[in-house]
Ligand binder design. Structure first.
Ligand SMILES: NC(=O)c1ccc[n+]([C@@H]2O[C@H](COP(=O)([O-])OP(=O)(O)OC[C@H]3O[C@@H](n4cnc5c(N)ncnc54)[C@H](O)[C@@H]3O)[C@@H](O)[C@H]2O)c1
Length: 332
């Protein structure tokens, strides 16, 4: 009987692990809520593969410990592989899978909701209401349909976001290094980021954090944008130079920002700082601005997406155990 051992299964994932288990009575499944460490890698001893998800690094010692526990088939429940010592994994003969697409709608829906909220100045209105101040002015909204949305990156998430923006009746300009046929047919592409910055009222980032994209939103790019621009990042924190964004907000050039990611988020997001205080002054500053909506990398965090991450990871792992090609292998 094949056996899979899974690490760091959260309470919200456990029902989906149980669902997968029920659908695969011929596979033994065991799991823990603990993150994978060199010390607990031996929990996987006797299993044919492991399923994991964590943001902390999988260093060489962790991978060596997994290897010593007899594991070589490793399935991630997420997309990111930047926290893995890939050289060590390759050297020790691991085969690895990830889940590159689990629910683009989860992220795109979050983005459109936040875009509409920032344009309506909802945070300011909520604050006024909480204080019993029910005057209308000066908290007047901007309609989504009146905006030109600049969508940077027309991959899985960017394209779903585009469909949602279309439903509001807004104008769209898009930029991507590689053109998608559907988007091309609609005539949305502009030839350069500069053209997009010059036209867009709302700029939304949907590109990965490749070296060339790091701090793509900086003082220079913000200077090229329209006054009262809205900047949205539901992708990766390091796409934005946070200091430059703060300067743009301070000067009034930037109307507002939507941030589901932050460049120094690791170790801060998905933890409870209530009573202790947020341990990062820039993040604390952003959170307390009435024209910035910060969420702790939760755009993906829906029941649909979490289920997909679990199901696809276990499916991949079983395919590898059966000696078959997994659905989404990671090339090492
Ligand atoms: N906030 C969240 O919870 C969350 C969840 C999942 C993914 N993400 C992030 O969303 C982003 C997009 O994910 P996706 O699944 O749509 O990826 P994808 O690979 O489907 O699309 C990315 C697109 O960006 C384009 N691109 C890359 N570099 C570019 C550049 N410099 N200029 C223009 N275009 C460029 C690519 O050609 C591609 O079309 C990623 O950064 C991912 O990490 C965030």
């Amino acid at each position: 009987m094949a056996k899979i051992f899974a690490y760091s299964i959260r309470k919200d994932e456990a029902p989906y692990v149980e669902e997968w288990k029920k659908a695969h009575p011929d596979v033994e499944v065991e799991y823990t809520d603990a993150l994978l460490t060199p010390e607990n890698a031996n929990l996987a001893k006797g299993a044919d593969g492991v399923v994991t998800y964590q943001q902390l690094p999988y260093k060489a010692d962790t991978i060596e410990a997994l290897h010593e526990a007899g594991i070589s088939k490793w399935s991630l429940r997420n997309i990111g592989i930047d926290n893995i010592d890939l050289k060590k994994a390759k050297e020790l003969g691991f085969t690895l899978t990830n889940v590159p697409v689990y629910s683009p709608n989860a992220i795109a829906e979050h983005a459109i909701v936040q875009a509409a909220r920032i344009l309506r100045q909802d945070k300011r209105m909520d604050d006024k209401m909480a204080r019993g101040d029910m005057r209308w002015a000066p908290t007047i909204g901007r309609e989504v349909r009146d905006q030109t949305f600049g969508i940077i990156g027309t991959g899985h998430i960017g394209r779903v976001f585009m469909n949602l923006v279309e439903a509001f009746g807004a104008k769209i300009v898009a930029y991507d290094k590689f053109h998608n046929d559907e988007v091309e047919k609609k005539g949305y592409y502009v030839n350069s980021l500069d053209e997009l910055y010059a036209q867009a009222d709302v700029i939304s980032l949907h590109v990965p954090s490749l070296p060339e994209n790091i701090h793509m939103i900086n003082d220079e790019s913000i200077a090229k944008m329209k006054d009262d621009v809205v900047i949205m990042n539901v992708s990766r924190g390091d796409l934005i130079d946070t200091d430059a964004l703060l300067r743009g907000l301070d000067s009034g050039k930037v109307f507002g920002a939507v941030l589901d990611t932050y460049e120094d988020e690791v170790g801060i997001f998905n933890a409870n700082w209530d009573q202790k205080g947020v341990p990062d002054a820039r993040l604390d500053d952003l959170i307390h601005r009435d024209n910035v909506l910060v969420t702790p990398h939760t755009a993906f965090y829906t029941t649909h997406a979490v289920r997909e991450m679990v199901m696809q990871a276990f499916d991949n792992n079983l395919l590898m155990i059966q000696g078959k090609e997994p659905n989404t292998p990671v090339k090492l």
